[in-house]
Ligand binder design. Sequence first.
Ligand code: SAM
Length: 287
Amino acid sequence: MSRRERFDADWLALREPFDTAARELSARLLPALQAQRPASGPWRVIDLGCGTGANLRWLAPHLGGPQEWLVVDRDAALLRRWAGQAGFQRLPGGVLQRDEADGPVKVLRHRADLAADLERLPWQSAHLVTASALLDLAGKAWLLRLAGLARASRTALLFALNVDGRHAWEPRDADDAFVARCFAAHQLRDKGLGPAQGPRAAHTLASALRATGWRVRLARSDWSIHPGVAGAEAMQRAMAEGMARAAAEQSPADAARVRAWCERRLQQVAHGALRVGHVDLLALPPR
Ligand SMILES: C[S@@+](CC[C@H](N)C(=O)[O-])C[C@H]1O[C@@H](n2cnc3c(N)ncnc32)[C@H](O)[C@@H]1O
């Protein structure tokens, strides 16, 4: 992945049902967050790296009640897709609104680069800063900036679906570990938020916050991709091809070996399975 890589809307759509299922595993983090519900007025939420809105689609019904979301991404094409979502009506000023039984969910889209603009977001008025599938792209300095802003504003954080480095393919292949090592090295490249922490990101953020008394909880949210689940074949294909592309870019001398691994994997997608490790992080300010 390069600094210029963009996240394809089709990839985000393919992974969303697996993200949804995975987040049910970490949903035990939610009661502590729900207890932070504002005493009056709507939840004010900032979604970092919002893509086409998967985080809001999962989280808004779990928060419940009236909500105002500021959704932030550097990719204008992904932000444009929000307007076509079922259930949203357009209000003046570019605001989108979805009417739920327990209150409206309002969305304001904001194009920004989180490397430069993190401090410019309205931290002081937010109740929650959240993201899904973002943290592992970030470097240590950026994560420490994030922790500093949360501390200064006492804003709760919920970061879902951070990869933790585990991949378990079924059936096994002798080169799974080799490809996973090349892929893991590639994941540490700079994606625009500094040299990425990859699987260490959630723990780096957790340590920085715990050191100042924050209440941090982690919960697993693994993808479970197995036969019989809709989209499992396409997801395994996308994972095998994506991992192979990154591994070969990381170790060009091994490109033929990686390609052969990928071809064997593609032959297995109808019967094979894959578990991908993720961890979710909830951080609340000290009492
Ligand atoms: C893996 S996608 C996740 C999207 C969405 N949260 C989801 O769960 O489907 C990562 C998102 O972060 C955005 N992103 C990555 N780096 C960014 C940056 N420096 N500034 C703003 N957005 C960024 C990408 O454009 C992309 O939409």
